[in-house]
Design a protein. Structure first.
Lengths: 347, 218, 212
C-alpha cells in the first residue's frame, strides 16, 4: 500500500521552512541524551536497560501497529523514540521491565495511534503511559531505589527482572547490601509531604538526591532547544513561574507545612515536565497568549495537587489536564490579524 | 439476507445484545463488574426483573390506557425490582452487600423500560418473557465479559480462584472505576471489529449473487 | 390499547388496579422472605463475631443509652451504639465486640474489634465496610502482618498508628507500608472508640460478664 501523493495541491503560502518534523524531533532526542546518560550513570545498569526497553518498546509498538493496520510505519519521525525516552525517565529505575513494556503499549496504542498518530494526539503519550502505570501498579511506580549504589554498574536492581505479571521480589536484602543509611524509599517530595523532612536543596540542583533528575542539566538541555528555535520558552517559563508563585503563597501562609518556591521548582518532575512534556507541540496551545495561560495553569495545578491532594507529586496530572484544556485555550486566545484593531476584528 | 422475525431469545442474547450492541444499562455495567461473581449476580437479578416485568406488562397490555402507560410500566418494574431485592437478601446477604445500591437501581436501568415499551407492550406473554430472558441473559453475558477482564487483571483470580499463584501483581486500575471504562472499550472494539468483518463478508456474498444472473443472461 | 378516548375515571381505575396488584406482590414477597432474611442477618453477625472471639457460640447484645446505661436488645437491627458480649459453649465469657468507624483515605471505614475488659487490650479487628484503594489501603482488612497488631493491643495508653517497622510500644499499631493514611485512620478509630466505651464497659463489667 502506498500513501504517497505525486502532486500536492495546496493554497498559499508555499514557503517551506528548513525545519521538518524529523529534524526537530532528532534534536529533541539530542537534548534528552545527556539527561538519559545522567540517569543511567546515577542509577546504573537497571536504569540504562529501562531506558533502552522503553525506547525500543515504543518504537516497536508503533512500527508493528502501523504495519498491522496497513499503513506506512511512522517511526522514522523519531517521535516514538522520544515518547519512550520520556516515559523511561519518569519511571523509577528499578521498575520491573514487564511493567515498562505495558506502559509503552498504553502510551503508543491508545495514547497516540488511536487518536491518529503524531499530530493528532490529545495528550502527551509518555504521560498517558505513565498515568496508566501509576494507576495500575501504584506500589511499583512509587518505589524509588537509592542512586549511586556502589555496585550499580555490575548488578541489576533485583526488581528489574520480575517475571511478567508477577510481583517483584522485595528489595530489603538488596537495600541492606547497598547499605544506604536512612534510606526509606520515599522521594524528597513524599518525605516533605508525609513526614515534613526537607532534603537539602544542593543535591537536588545537581540531581544527586533519590527520585529526581538534576534541575540544572534539564534547564541546560531545554536551553539548547530554545536556542535552536525548536522549542518555545514561554510554556516552560510560565509553568515554572506559576508553580513558584503558588508555592510562594503557600509558603507565606504556613512556612512549617509548605516548602519555599525554589524547593518547589527543583523537586519532583516539575522541570522535566515543564521542559519536555508540557511543551509537546501537538498537545499544547499554539498562540503566545495561550501558551502563557496554559503554562501558568499547569504550574498552579501542580502545586495545588502537591500541597492539597493525597499524592506527593502533581506534575503528571497537571500536564494531562493542561493538554485537555489546550484546544479550548487556543479558541479563547485567537491572535489579532496584522493591522487589525480590536474593534475591527472580523466576526 | 432473509427477513424472518428473529427468535426473541437469541435476539436479546446476541443480535441485539444490550451491552455490546445497544449499549444500554451502562451504569451497573461500569459500576459493579469488578468481580465475576458480582457481574453474574447483577446480570441474573436484572434478567429476573426483565422476565417478571415483561410477562406482567404483556399480560395486561390490552387494558393499559395509552396516556398512563409509562407510569404503569414503571410501577410494575419497581415492583419486580423490590421483589428481587428481597429475594437477593434472602439468598445471600454477602452478595446483597457487594451489589449495594445497584439492586434498587435496576429500576432506573433503561434496558428494562425499553423492553417494556418496545416489546412487551405489543407482544403476547410467552414471547415477551422469552425476550426478557434473552435480553437479561445477554446483559448478564456482557457483564460477565467485563467482570472477567477486570477480575483476572485486577486480582489475578476468576470467581475467586487464583490463576497465577500468590505472587501475581494485581493491576489495581482494573478494580477502580477507570478499569470499567477501559475494559468496556476493549470489548466494544472486539465486537465491533467482529461485526464489521461479518458484514463485509455478507456484502461480498450478496454482490456475488447479484452479479451471477447478469452474467448468465449475456 | 384503548386509544385516545380514555376517560380520566378509567385511567384512575386502571392505575388503582395496578397499584393494588403491585402492593399485593410486594407485601407477599416481604412476608415470604422476612424470616429467611432475619436468619441470614443473624448468621452473618454471629460469623463476624465468632471471627473476632474464636470459640464463641452465643452472643448477648446491649444497646448503650445516651446516659451510659445498658439495655439488652433482642436482635442486631439497630443503628445505636452496641456492645456484643460473647460466650463459648460452656457459658464462659470470652470478651466483648464493639463497632467503630472513621474517615479513611477514600470513604468512611467501619470496623468491629474485640476488647477484653479484664486485660484492657484489643484482641481482634475486622473491617466491615470500606472503599480504600484496592491493593494498598484495603490491606487493612486482610494483611496478616497488620492484623497481627491486634492480638494484644494495649489500650491503657491512647492507641496510635506508627510508620511501618517503627512499633516499639504495646499500644502502637505497625502501619502498612504504602498505606499509612488508612492505617492511621484505624488507629484514630480505635483510640476514639476505646476512650468512649471502655469506661462504660468497666462500670457494667459484672453484668456483661454474667450475660444478662
Amino acid at each position: 500500500m502506498s500513501g504517497t501523493t505525486i502532486i500536492e495541491v495546496r493554497t498559499s503560502p508555499h514557503l517551506h521552512g528548513p525545519m521538518t518534523v524529523e529534524t526537530i524531533m532528532r534534536h529533541v532526542i539530542y537534548a534528552l541524551l545527556p539527561i538519559a546518560a545522567f540517569f543511567s550513570w546515577h542509577f546504573g545498569l537497571s536504569a540504562a536497560l529501562l531506558l533502552a526497553v522503553t525506547t525500543a518498546g515504543c518504537v516497536l509498538a508503533e512500527h508493528t501497529a502501523c504495519r498491522l493496520s496497513g499503513k506506512r510505519s511512522t517511526v522514522n519521525d523519531y517521535s516514538a523514540a522520544i515518547t519512550g525516552l520520556l516515559l523511561g525517565l519518569t519511571l523509577p529505575p528499578g521498575l520491573p521491565l514487564w511493567m515498562a513494556v505495558v506502559g509503552c503499549l498504553v502510551a503508543i496504542l491508545p495514547g497516540k495511534l488511536l487518536f491518529g498518530g503524531l499530530g493528532s494526539n490529545v495528550f502527551n503519550p509518555a504521560l498517558v503511559g505513565r498515568a496508566f502505570l501509576q494507576a495500575a501498579f501504584p506500589v511499583a511506580v512509587t518505589n524509588y531505589t537509592p542512586g549511586l549504589a556502589a555496585n550499580r554498574f555490575v548488578e541489576f536492581i533485583p526488581s528489574t527482572w520480575a517475571v511478567p505479571l508477577m510481583k517483584p521480589a522485595p528489595l530489603n536484602d538488596w537495600l541492606a547490601k547497598v547499605a544506604v543509611d536512612g534510606f526509606t524509599g520515599a522521594t524528597p517530595l513524599a518525605m516533605q509531604k508525609f513526614d515534613h523532612i526537607y532534603s537539602e536543596l544542593g543535591p537536588l540542583l545537581w540531581g544527586l538526591g533519590p527520585g529526581s533528575l538534576p534541575g540544572c542539566l534539564i534547564l541546560l538541555c531545554g536551553a539548547y532547544l530554545v536556542a535552536r528555535g525548536m522549542m518555545d520558552w514561554r510554556i516552560t517559563a510560565s509553568m515554572i513561574a506559576g508553580a513558584a508563585a503558588t508555592g510562594g503563597i503557600f509558603h507565606l501562609v504556613n512556612p512549617a507545612l509548605y516548602p519555599d518556591p525554589v524547593w518547589v521548582v527543583f523537586t519532583g518532575g516539575l522541570l522535566l515536565g515543564a521542559t519536555f512534556m508540557a511543551t509537546d507541540p501537538v498537545a499544547s496551545p499554539v498562540t503566545p497568549r495561550g501558551m502563557w495561560i496554559y503554562g501558568l495553569l499547569m504550574g498552579v495545578l501542580t502545586v495545588l495537587i502537591r500541597n492539597l491532594g493525597g499524592l506527593p507529586e502533581g506534575v503528571m496530572y497537571a500536564i494531562l489536564f493542561g493538554n485537555a484544556l489546550s484546544p479550548l485555550i487556543d479558541r479563547l486566545t485567537p491572535p489579532r490579524p496584522y493591522g487589525a484593531r480590536k474593534a475591527q476584528v472580523p466576526q | 439476507m432473509k427477513e424472518t422475525a428473529p427468535n426473541p431469545f437469541i435476539n436479546g442474547l446476541w443480535r441485539q445484545n444490550p451491552t455490546f450492541v445497544q449499549i444500554l444499562g451502562m451504569c451497573p455495567t461500569l459500576a459493579i463488574t469488578n468481580s465475576v461473581q458480582n457481574a453474574i449476580a447483577m446480570g441474573l437479578a436484572t434478567a429476573f426483573v426483565l422476565i417478571c416485568s415483561n410477562g406482567l406488562i404483556a399480560a395486561i397490555r390490552k387494558h393499559v390506557p395509552k396516556q398512563v402507560r409509562i407510569a404503569t410500566y414503571i410501577a410494575i418494574i419497581a415492583t419486580a425490582v423490590t421483589v428481587t431485592d428481597y429475594l437477593v437478601k434472602a439468598i445471600s446477604i454477602s452478595v446483597y452487600k457487594a451489589l449495594g445500591p445497584f439492586i434498587p437501581l435496576i429500576v432506573a436501568n433503561c434496558l428494562v423500560l425499553e423492553r417494556a415499551e418496545g416489546f412487551a407492550a405489543k407482544k403476547p406473554v410467552i414471547p415477551s418473557m422469552m425476550d426478557g430472558a434473552g435480553m437479561g441473559l445477554g446483559f448478564a453475558f456482557g457483564l460477565t465479559c467485563l467482570g472477567t477482564v477486570r477480575e483476572v487483571l485486577g486480582a489475578g483470580t476468576f470467581l475467586g480462584i487464583h490463576l497465577f499463584g500468590p505472587n501475581f501483581e494485581p493491576w489495581v486500575l482494573f478494580l477502580l472505576p477507570p478499569g470499567g471504562f477501559i475494559s468496556l472499550a476493549i470489548w466494544l472494539l472486539i465486537f465491533a471489529s467482529y461485526r464489521e468483518r461479518k458484514d463485509r463478508r455478507e456484502r461480498a456474498r450478496a454482490a456475488l449473487l447479484t452479479v451471477q444472473p447478469a452474467e448468465a443472461q449475456s | 390499547m384503548t386509544g385516545t378516548t380514555t376517560k380520566s375515571t378509567q385511567m384512575i381505575r386502571f392505575l388503582g388496579f395496578v397499584s393494588l396488584l403491585c402492593g399485593v406482590l410486594i407485601v407477599g414477597a416481604h412476608v415470604a422472605s422476612q424470616s429467611r432474611i432475619r436468619v441470614n442477618q443473624e448468621e452473618i453477625l454471629r460469623e463476624s463475631l465468632a471471627q473476632l472471639l474464636p470459640g464463641m457460640t452465643r452472643q448477648v447484645i446491649y444497646i448503650v443509652t445516651p446516659t451510659g446505661e445498658l439495655t439488652p436488645a433482642a436482635s442486631g437491627e439497630s443503628s445505636d451504639k452496641r456492645i456484643f458480649a460473647g460466650f463459648d459453649a460452656g457459658g464462659k465469657f470470652l470478651g466483648v465486640v464493639l463497632e467503630a468507624s472513621e474517615r479513611g483515605y477514600a470513604d468512611v471505614i467501619s470496623a468491629m474489634y474485640a476488647y477484653s475488659p479484664a486485660s484492657k487490650t484489643i484482641t481482634g479487628f475486622s473491617v466491615l465496610e470500606m472503599k480504600e484503594t484496592p491493593g494498598l489501603g484495603n490491606k487493612i482488612g486482610s494483611d496478616p502482618e497488620f492484623l497481627a497488631n491486634f492480638k494484644a493491643l494495649d489500650t491503657t495508653h491512647p492507641v496510635a498508628a506508627v510508620k511501618h517497622g517503627k512499633k516499639t510500644n504495646p499500644w502502637e499499631i505497625d502501619a502498612i507500608s504504602g498505606a499509612t493514611i488508612s492505617s492511621r485512620a484505624v488507629g484514630r478509630m480505635l483510640a476514639a472508640s476505646v476512650q468512649e466505651m471502655a469506661p462504660i464497659i468497666a462500670r457494667h463489667r459484672d453484668r456483661i460478664e454474667r450475660g444478662n
